[in-house]
Design a protein around this ligand. Structure first.
Ligand SMILES: [Cu+2]
Length: 266
């Protein structure tokens, strides 16, 4: 088919909308109305999907305190890999117990352990686990079962990411080049899943794989926020890699916001 014939065919196929665009205000209004209908239809289609989760607007927030004396974390020796050593101007310490300046504990995964009803489709947006400066970022994270995990190597050195789940399938992937990305999914809820690097023994990370989105991790303020919870009674667990997990029960109704605080003892 010649370009001209293709153009003609295209013009003929588009003739109705083209005319409408150049038409009267009423015709334009009609077109907008049709677009709105199309949008409504799409929204209705999403809401009617069988996997739709019950809507919720309750919130559980809190902080994770650290009581006692924080153990000194080992200084990491990265001499074995020249790239890793050169990546850090200042000393780098293990991330096992990181106590914040305000007396809270970092790297705690706080999640709803019991009480969630209904199914919550896994987001298609991946959780990114980066290998940067020969450390994992983030060090701990939550992810939904079925949600993609994008493992990225930001370093110009070989990393070998080795997942060690007990319920899910183990994997062990070499990423020799900077910029490499690998997608993986965990099919079954499991807390925790540990990751290690078979090249750099100081590298470690942990994931909480859950079948719902009600989880958060503590950062440099030691706080967490779990949003969009449906009304109900829940068991909330705070999980840390070194200390025994702690649970508390909380009941929320409607758009209620409740505080649940935890304290780990060193
Ligand atoms: Cu590595």
């Amino acid at each position: 088919m010649s370009n001209r014939a293709l153009l003609l065919l295209l013009a003929s196929a588009l003739s109705v909308p083209l005319l409408a665009c150049g038409g009267t205000k009423d015709e334009d209004a009609l077109l907008e109305g049709e677009e709105e209908m199309a949008e409504t239809a799409t929204t209705a289609g999403t809401a009617a999907a069988p996997a739709a989760a019950p809507a919720g607007s309750a919130t559980v927030t809190g902080k994770v305190a650290f009581e006692g004396t924080a153990p000194a974390m080992a200084k990491l020796k990265m001499e074995a890999d020249a790239f890793c050593k050169a990546a850090h101007a200042a000393p780098v310490y293990a991330q096992e117990v990181v106590v914040n300046g305000n007396g809270t504990l970092q790297h705690v995964i706080v999640y709803v352990k019991e009480g969630v009803a209904g199914s919550f489709p896994a987001p298609s947006e991946p959780v990114v686990l980066d290998q940067k400066g020969c450390r994992y970022a983030p060090h701990v994270f939550g992810i939904q079962a079925g949600q993609p995990l994008k493992i990225v190597n930001s370093d110009a050195t070989l990393h070998n990411i080795h997942a060690l789940p007990k319920k899910n399938e183990e994997f062990n992937i070499g990423q020799p080049l900077q910029g490499m990305e690998t997608l993986r999914k965990f099919g079954t809820p499991e807390v925790p899943v540990r990751f290690k690097c078979d090249v750099h023994k100081w590298m470690g990370a942990y994931a909480a794989v859950l079948n719902h989105p009600f989880f958060a991790t503590t950062g440099d303020q030691g706080t967490f926020e779990i949003k969009n919870l449906p009304a109900g009674t829940y068991v909330i667990e705070a999980w840390h890699e070194k200390y025994p997990p702690q649970t508390q029960s909380v009941t929320v109704s409607g758009s209620e916001s409740k505080t649940v605080d935890f304290a780990f003892k060193g």
